[in-house]
Design a protein around this ligand. Structure first.
Ligand SMILES: [Zn+2]
Length: 270
């Protein structure tokens, strides 16, 4: 690891970034344009209290994989990734963060399973309009941009769980050199930084966290998509909040190393 974590610097940068990001308060979506070929999204980082005013709690009737549990501290973890990337590279990723609770609306589901009350629809649509705009912006500017959708899981509390629909959402990262699990892959760099990752190879099953609606909608298997990777951070890597910030900082450092290692793939279009 080549970074030194200085809390005061992180705090200052986080504050600066918070100012740089735009809060769409009406739709409870926080977003910012970037200068890196990278889009970070966090659809489940809102607290249970951040419900959409006037929208009753979802009941989940007839919805598969229904849950209203938030991915605790994933918004703060995302902010720490951004701060470390900016500290290391002087550049920022695009970000889209849902600030509405999953009790009101689940941003990582198809619309018919995401909300039950029509008053939640504008928030859902605002979130996805921002993700689409960010994906379109990075596709236009860079050859091989990447989206990382940040989540939390409890099934394996100490691991970072990869979700790519078995590699289908990340075709660009697997063309030629395997830039995920290969020798200079992102997951390999995370293991070198001390994290456990799951699955441990392409032979092992990614399920049940093999990639949700976001990577399936914006992934590189789509004509209008980009490489899209879901990372489910284990509970022990996110709680307490200080731990989420440490994890995000380490993830940002690994990402900075990885972007530099593979700089030729992240070239800007002519
Ligand atoms: Zn999630």
């Amino acid at each position: 690891m080549r970074y030194v974590w200085i809390p005061t610097v992180t705090v200052t940068l986080t504050l600066t970034l918070a100012l740089a990001a735009v809060a769409d308060e009406q739709h409870q979506v926080r977003h910012a344009d970037g200068t890196l070929p990278l889009v970070l999204t966090a659809p489940h980082g809102a607290t249970p209290r951040q419900q959409i005013p006037g929208v009753p709690e979802r009941s989940g009737e007839g919805v598969e994989q229904f849950t209203t549990t938030s991915d605790t501290h994933t918004a703060q973890l995302l902010d720490a990734v951004v701060a470390e990337l900016e500290r290391r590279t002087g550049r920022r990723p695009y970000i889209v963060v849902a600030e509405f609770s999953r009790r009101s609306c689940d941003a990582n589901r198809a619309p018919e399973h995401a909300y039950e009350d029509e008053d939640a629809r504008p928030c859902y649509e605002a979130y996805h309009a921002r993700v689409r705009a960010a994906v379109d912006a990075v596709r236009e500017r860079w050859e091989r941009p990447l989206l990382i959708d940040i989540h939390g899981q409890k099934r394996r509390p100490a691991v970072i769980w990869r979700g790519t629909r078995e590699g289908r959402t990340t075709p660009g990262l697997l063309a030629g050199e395997d830039r995920l699990e290969g020798e200079r892959g992102l997951l390999t760099l995370l293991r070198a930084a001390g994290f456990a990752t799951w699955p441990e190879s392409w032979e092992q099953d990614e399920r049940p966290y093999n990639g949700g609606y976001t990577v399936a909608t914006y992934g590189g298997h789509r004509e209008d998509g980009i490489d899209a990777l879901q990372l489910e951070l284990g509970r022990d890597l996110r709680i307490p909040k200080e731990r989420a910030v440490e994890t995000g900082t380490a993830l940002g450092a690994a990402l900075a190393d990885w972007l530099e290692l593979h700089a030729e793939h992240f070239a800007e279009r002519e």
